[in-house]
Design a protein around this ligand. Structure first.
Ligand SMILES: [Mn+2]
Length: 317
């Protein structure tokens, strides 16, 4: 059932115990939104458990409360509501779905959201799920503490490339200014997010050597083998480098994963890559999307580059 902010607020007010979760391979928006909602609901006297079916990348561990995020165990959680944030379908939350017995509330901003929950609030105009949580807090009259401000600022800033991407709106900037007034310090948050192990930078050097161009220079690809991916620890942000090359419309990163799967990230300047990702069983946003392709790195490259080339041919730029 489609919900307004007021009706989501009423559902949360009526619940006494809740589990909050987000997607696997958690990013800043996912974690910041989960943590902010946790702090807000705990302050309202709720019993709240955070569960994410994955490891938390080191760069996000500065956010207050992150150490309280658990993984779904074999035990069943019976509670009044399972709140799923920043995830567009039931598979995206891994084993959490099976571990929690409760009506599902989904708050998200992905265009590809399949409306899998019992109650949903989806706004694909929002730059981040964090923006939606802030609007929900306004409805709930939740006090924006410094902890909440840090988490929501991180959520919003990371999903709009620190206010550089096309999803940045005047209200994104107003939200950021407001969160700063509530105690978020952008320079300190940026420093935490930009700090990486030397191995990650060394791996970036290797990955950039795989740079290839297709479709007359409109497509730039990079590839991460399993070995380099493990050594790198974190490859987030690598895709931004091919995207900066003059003439590139779509940047693609292929990353070898377990079970002969290749994880594909797509970033575009204008064309809709979310529909391309969707055709491979993935999803995302118009200019930032992803999918998983089974096969070798070479197979995945051939299939996805062909699909993107066709999409470019169809789209007058
Ligand atoms: Mn997001």
């Amino acid at each position: 059932m489609e919900m307004s902010f007021a009706s989501i607020a009423a559902l949360l007010a009526a619940a006494r115990s809740l589990v909050i979760t987000g997607h696997v391979h958690p990013d800043g928006d996912c974690l910041g939104s989960v943590l902010a909602l946790y702090h807000g609901l705990v302050a309202a006297g709720k019993k709240v458990q955070m569960l994410i079916d994955d490891d938390i990348p080191a760069m996000y561990r500065f956010m207050p409360g992150v150490e309280l995020i658990g993984k779904p165990a074999d035990a069943k959680f019976v509670c009044d509501a399972l709140v799923v944030l920043d995830a567009s379908d039931a598979e995206r939350i891994g084993k959490v779905g099976a571990a929690v017995e409760a009506p599902v509330i989904n708050i998200d901003h992905h265009t590809s959201n399949v409306k899998f929950a019992d109650y949903w609030l989806i706004d694909s105009q929002a730059a981040a799920t964090g923006e939606l949580i802030l609007r929900l807090f306004r409805e709930m009259k939740t006090e924006i503490t410094e902890d909440i401000a840090i988490c929501l600022y991180t959520a919003i800033a990371t999903d709009c490339g620190f206010f550089k991407y096309a999803n940045t709106s005047p209200s994104t900037l107003r939200d950021a200014a407001y969160l700063m007034e509530c105690g978020a310090q952008p320079h300190l948050i940026a420093e935490q997010l930009d700090t990486r192990p030397l191995a990650t930078l060394t791996a970036l050097g290797k990955v950039l050597q795989t740079l290839e161009f297709h479709a007359g220079g409109q497509i730039a690809t990079i590839s991460v083998t399993r070995e380099v991916g493990e050594y790198a620890q974190n490859t987030e942000g690598f895709i931004n480098y091919p995207r900066t090359v003059e003439g590139v419309e779509v940047a693609i990163m292929f990353k070898e994963a377990e079970d002969k799967n290749v994880r594909v990230s797509l970033r575009s300047k204008n064309i809709d890559v979310s529909s391309i990702a969707l055709s491979f069983g993935g999803g995302g946003h118009m200019r930032a999307a992803g999918c998983t392709v089974t096969g070798s790195l070479k197979d995945a490259q051939a299939k996805v580059v062909t699909a993107v080339t066709e999409a470019l041919d169809r789209t007058p730029l």
